[in-house]
Design a protein around this ligand. Structure first.
Ligand SMILES: Nc1nc2c(ncn2[C@@H]2O[C@H](COP(=O)(O)OP(=O)(O)O)[C@@H](O)[C@H]2O)c(=O)[nH]1
Ligand SMILES: [Mg+2]
Length: 187
């Protein structure tokens, strides 16, 4: 990875509740990441015992001692006002999605549209989790929708619990950034 000396860049994980943001950051962080999980009071909307009310934060050391700051956006729509704050200064964004969510295509548009203005052009990568389960939408379908909107973004089937899958997303993002040297200088 070609990162400027002493630069520490910021990557944001976003996506709907339950998509795997907290899991992905925990999978690759050097130490136990900071996460503001609270008891989920939105159990009608999503059956999960805890959810991230604030944000996730982790740090990962990459080649040459450089480190990448990893942020996860708040999962609930009522914390949307924080997206701009978390997204500010980000070198790139990873949108995590749940392939078994019947609204996965709409979710993708929602997050891509929200974060595109906040990051350098093209610095978005999509990670699609839970593919292969019954009713799952495949990555080609997501890719086709992006293409139909004139958007070129990599889409990967991933399991956010697997460090190697999360690293794949990070490498894909960094390779996009490498093609745009100025983007990497963003701290
Ligand atoms: N099968 C599968 N489960 C996942 C995946 N990503 C996350 N999970 C599980 O889904 C649950 C919610 O994940 P979490 O990271 O809290 O989602 P967040 O709301 O986006 O932060 C956890 O129990 C994870 O272990 C995935 O890619 N595949
Ligand atoms: Mg979370």
């Amino acid at each position: 990875m070609s990162v400027e000396p002493n630069s520490e860049f910021k990557i944001v994980f976003t996506g709907p509740m339950g998509a795997g943001k907290t899991t992905a950051i925990a999978a690759v962080s050097d130490s136990v990441p900071v996460s503001t999980e609270v008891e989920n009071n939105d159990s009608l909307g999503y059956a999960k015992a805890s959810t991230t009310v604030g944000l996730d934060f982790g740090r990962m050391t990459i080649a040459d001692g450089h480190s990448v700051r990893l942020y996860g956006t708040p999962g609930q729509e009522r914390f949307r006002f924080m997206w701009d704050i978390v997204g500010r200064g980000a070198a790139g964004v990873i949108v995590l999605l749940d392939a078994t969510d019947p609204d996965v295509l709409a979710q993708m548009s929602h997050y891509v549209n929200a974060f595109m203005p906040l990051v350098p052009a093209g610095a978005i990568v999509i990670g699609l989790g839970r593919t292969g389960l019954p009713g799952a939408t495949d990555s080609e379908t997501l890719h086709a929708q992006l293409e139909s909107q004139g958007l070129r973004m990599p889409v990967f089937s991933i399991d956010a619990r697997q460090p190697r899958d999360v690293l794949l997303l990070l490498r894909a993002l960094v390779s996009v950034l490498d093609a745009q040297p100025r983007a990497v200088a963003v701290a």
